[in-house]
Design a binder for this molecule. Structure first.
Ligand code: PFF
Length: 460
């Protein structure tokens, strides 16, 4: 154990905002809206909310219990709760997932910073639809520019993490999360007031239950995991800094509501502008291409009549992405830093430096896989895609499944009860329900997603 004194979050709201900061990220803005639009609008939103409520919330509560009870990093937590068993591997897998996701996520985070810069320099002015794919491709295939942004993003993340839990993560989240909400509101109002916005809202919200099938349910579950930062012990690590009076159930509910709200609001920003610009979305408009090719063009066309407005909207939008990404990268960095520092008795500074150096090195390869290393394919995927696939489609669900089994079957129920009720000081009515979901529903549902995704057994 590290000799350094272990900090806690200074306030309950600080804890909620830090955990919400981890959850709210690029996943909310680049994946949720388009999946919703293409998979049945409000019908998909209902399925997604059910996934968050039935699977996400109990697993988040589970991570909070494990973290707060042990007051240590995620790998140490399983070692403490299940000494001498193999459960420690669940924690270690989480640390590895955090490490891998941080490495490729920071590459995209770097792109958001470049696009903020381009917006500030008004570089999109006068550009047409045909210019944007080239702008993006030239940038990501440049061997240096994306690397520099990725490294800068990593350095900023590093600086916040070494300032500690209270003075770094909490303080930063308390400033950035309200800023993020304000930016979102301004952007949503601008977008909704565009002519033709109602068509965009209809695309997002009109329920089409005929589009709901097995695979849309699976994608809703996968999206819920990634979006809520579940399955890798990130929220477990944050909960290890919760104070004893933090209400675990309420915090989990607040984080889930904030994350879902931001995801839906992103749709309110994106679709009215897309429809106003007369753009037809297709299946390529998912992930990076939506954010870096479609949207700069859409903002240009939709708000082009008032150049100042398109200038401001563009800056605000990419700034929003930077903030959302940064609060997520610090949470992933913290998972690995806390692990190294506490398990190997290193100072926080030294541990953080090792994480920054190692993730930046892997990030370099991920970044170059869009340029000079483009030809390198592993299992038919680029380095970037492979890391994304392994971590989001395999490690997170596997981690989530074992977290549910651990709390549902292995962990002493008195510990679960004491943590949820703050040692009997809170009246709670949902304990049995949570345990039931963790024992049966979550492991079975996640096993189905996994087997299906890996093609081992096709349910749908
Ligand atoms: N929840 C983040 C997003 O939606 O972008 C991504 C993420 C952050 C995943 C932290 C995992 C994590 F530990």
């Amino acid at each position: 154990m590290s000799k350094e004194i272990r900090e806690n979050f200074g306030s309950k709201i600080g804890a909620v905002l830090a955990a919400a900061g981890s959850a709210v990220g690029l996943g909310n803005i680049w994946r949720f809206p388009i999946e919703t639009g293409q998979n049945g609008g409000a019908a998909f939103i209902i399925v997604y909310i059910l996934c968050v409520a039935i699977l996400g919330l109990p697993i988040m509560i589970s991570e909070f219990i494990i973290g707060r009870h042990t007051h240590t990093n995620t790998a140490g937590a399983y070692r403490k709760l299940a000494p001498g068993t193999q459960w420690k591997w669940v924690g270690r897998l989480g640390v590895l997932s955090g490490f891998i996701i941080l490495s490729y996520y920071s590459v995209v985070a770097g792109w958001t910073a470049e696009y903020t810069k381009l917006s500030i320099y008004n570089s999109f002015d006068g550009k047409t639809a045909t210019d944007f794919p080239a702008i993006f491709t030239n940038f990501v295939s440049n061997p240096w520019k994306p690397l520099i942004w990725m490294l800068l993003f990593m350095i900023v993340t590093h600086i916040i993490v070494i300032r500690g839990v209270k003075g770094g993560i909490e303080k930063f989240s308390k400033i950035m999360m309200p800023a993020l909400f304000i930016i979102m509101m301004v952007l949503a109002i601008c977008s909704i007031s565009l002519p033709g916005a109602s068509q965009g809202l209809e695309f997002l919200l009109k329920p089409d239950f005929s589009k709901i099938n097995g695979s849309t349910i699976l994608s809703a579950m996968g999206q819920a995991f990634f979006s809520l930062s579940l399955g890798l012990g990130c929220l477990c690590t944050y909960a290890s800094y919760f104070r004893s009076d933090t209400n675990i159930g309420k915090t989990a509910l607040n984080v889930s509501i904030i994350d879902t709200f931001v995801a839906i609001m992103s749709g309110f920003i994106i679709f009215p502008a897309v429809f106003n610009a007369g753009y037809t979305l297709n299946s390529n408009d998912i992930g990076p291409s939506l954010l870096f090719i479609t949207l700069p063009n859409v903002f240009q066309q939709a708000f082009g009549n008032i150049p100042l407005l398109s200038y401001i909207v563009s800056i605000l939008f990419y700034l929003l992405l930077v903030v959302a990404a940064l609060t997520s990268t610090i949470s992933m960095h913290e998972v690995v830093t806390a692990y190294l520092s506490e398990e190997f008795n290193l100072s926080r500074h030294k541990a953080a430096l090792m994480v920054t150096a190692a993730c930046s090195t892997i990030g370099i390869f991920c970044s170059l896989s869009f340029g000079p290393l483009n030809g390198i394919q592993l299992f038919g995927m680029s380095i970037f895609d492979l890391f994304d696939y392994i971590s989001s489609n395999i490690f997170l669900p596997v981690g989530g499944m074992f977290i549910a089994i651990f709390t549902g079957w292995y962990l002493d129920k008195q510990i679960v009860k004491n943590e949820i009720s703050n040692n009997g000081t809170l009246r709670i009515h949902y304990l049995k329900l949570v345990i039931f979901v963790l024992r049966y529903i979550a492991p079975i549902a996640i096993a189905i997603i996994l087997l299906n995704q890996l093609g081992i057994f096709k349910f749908f």
